[in-house]
Each structure stands twice: as C-alpha cells, then as structure tokens.
Design a protein around this ligand. Structure first.
Ligand code: AMP
Length: 286
C-alpha cells in the first residue's frame, strides 16, 4: 500500500491507473477507522480496480468549541487496517498544503439541503465538508467515491454539488454499520463514558420504534417523531439536539409521509454529539 503525503501524488497515481484502463475509487475519511469505514472500502472495491482512502481531519468543518483538537487519531492503526483491507493507497495530506496562506474559496450548497438538521446548529459545517470533498475529488480524480448513509445530510450535499458542478464522479452511498447492540459505529463513540455508551442504544431503539409505527401505517410525522423522542428521552443522560423527518431527496421537513423520507436525529450524551438515521420506508436508498 502506498502512503501519499504530497498533494500532487494521488492525481499522478489516478492518471497512471486510468492509463491502464483501471477505475479508481476514493473513500474520504477523517481516520480513526472502524468497521463502518472498512465497509466503504469493500463497496469501493466492487466499483473500481484501485481504492484510495483519504485520511484528513478537516479543520474547516469544525466550528468553534467543537472537537477538532481532541478528535481521535491513530495513524499506525489506520495504516494497518487499510493494509489489511487491501487499500491501494492512503492519502494523508497536511492542513497547510490543503489550505495554504491566501486560501479563499468555499463550495457552499444553499437551501434546504444545508439549512436544517445538522446545518441548523453547525453553521459553516457543510461548506467545510463540500469544499474539502471538492478538493479531494480534484486531487484524486476518482471515477467513484463512497460515502456512508450514517452522515445522510453530508451525502445529500455531496451528491448535489457533484451534480451542480458537473464533476465526473459517481457517488455511492453505503448502509450504516452498527455495533452488536445497534449503536451506529462512529470514531466519536470513544468519547462516551460507560454509562453514556450503555444509554446510547436508545438511538437505534427509537429508530426501530419509528419504523415499526411507519410499518403499521402511520404517516403523520409528528406522531412518529413523538414516539422516537419519548424513547430517546427515556435515557437520563440523553439531550436531544433534533429529531426530524424530512424528504429523503430535498431534506425539506414533511408533515405527512407520501414519498421516501428520512428520519434523522442528533443527540448529546455529555459533550458527545451522536447522529443516526433511518429511511422511511427503511428499504429505500439515499
Ligand atoms: P468520518 O471519518 O467520520 O468522516 O467518516 C468517513 C466516511 O465513513 C463517511 O462517508 C461516513 O458517512 C462513513 N461512515 C462513518 N460511520 C459509518 C458507519 N457506522 N457505517 C457506514 N459508514 C460510516
């Protein structure tokens, strides 16, 4: 596995691969890899001959007071996991090379895609994400890029600007990988205390109850949201940031589900903010 640290290296690699007729996939990550990330690598492999994983804790998508400084990092472990997973190249750029002095550009996706859900409480977050992903697309020139449904709003934003800017990258969205008890895997789960970790299973429970209500025919989003909120609130350490049902395509809030919808939630346990979601119906694809 190649380790690429200079920002001109992944493009050279992609061009060499493509000259041989190979397809290149990119899996962008912030590192501290878990089985969720590795599932994206396996899916990337199904779509391409070469898989590049990028590992970059992107400072511009963290707001003031968020966890940029304490975000978990373990390069040697990430390198070993990628090697084991058959990754062809690991791209590990430096912030100073990604954002040199004078950097002044932002990819800003407007409207409902970024206004609600996490966008409401994390101003600038999705501009940070879209800008860095656009840069990674330009630097790595992938044919296909794989993202997780875990970050459903992020995936929707990336799909939008990829289409709006006519980027020749196919976007694939992969299912959420969970721990045995249902908690969605996340690099941030290491922040949880033992009690918080035990109570965090209410997230998946609330999504399951919402799906059950939907399956029984409930289409009124207020009723489904109430049910989900009650279950989350049964955990004394949980503090709800939002529980919302939105149109799965536009992310605009909906009152009555008539088209595929997304139930998304964000919940604090102490200082740790966890997100999770399900499609309604759950069999849909984002
Ligand atoms: P991150 O390193 O948290 O920025 O995540 C990198 C990519 O992995 C994103 O596309 C995430 O949506 C995806 N991802 C994170 N957690 C999971 C999970 N539990 N299941 C599937 N994909 C995930």
């Amino acid at each position: 596995m190649q380790i690429l640290r200079r920002i001109d290296e992944p493009r050279a690699l992609a061009r060499t691969c493509k000259s041989r007729g190979e397809r290149v996939a990119l899996v962008p990550t912030m590192g501290y890899l878990h089985e969720g990330h590795l599932s994206l690598v396996r899916i990337a492999r199904q779509h391409a001959d070469r898989v590049v994983v990028s590992l970059f804790v992107n400072p511009t998508q963290f707001g003031p007071g968020e966890d940029l400084d304490r975000y978990p990092r373990d390069f040697e472990r990430d390198r070993a996991l990628c090697e084991e997973a058959g990754v062809d190249a690991l791209f590990v750029p430096e912030a100073a090379d990604m954002y040199p002095q004078g950097f002044s550009t932002s990819v800003d996706v407007h409207g409902t895609l970024t206004k609600g859900l996490c966008g409401a409480s994390r101003p600038g977050h999705f501009a940070g994400v879209a800008t860095v992903v656009a840069k990674l697309f330009n630097l790595c020139e992938p044919d296909v890029a794989v993202f997780g449904q875990k970050d459903a709003q992020q995936a929707a934003v990336i799909r939008r600007f990829t289409e709006d800017l006519n980027l020749a990258v196919e976007i694939v969205v992969a299912p959420i990988v969970r721990e045995a008890d249902g908690l969605a895997m996340s690099s941030r789960n290491v922040y949880l205390t033992q009690d918080e970790r035990a109570q965090a299973i209410v997230l998946k429970k609330s999504l399951g109850a919402a799906v059950a209500l939907f399956d029984r025919g409930e289409r009124n989003t207020a009723a489904i949201i109430n049910e989900a909120e009650d279950i989350v609130a049964s955990a004394p350490l949980a503090r709800i940031s939002y529980v919302e049902i939105v149109d799965a395509r536009t992310l605009a809030p909906v009152d009555v589900i008539e088209r595929p919808a997304l139930l998304a939630l964000a919940v604090y346990f102490g200082k740790t903010r966890l997100i999770d979601n399900t499609l309604l119906p759950p069999t849909g694809v984002l």
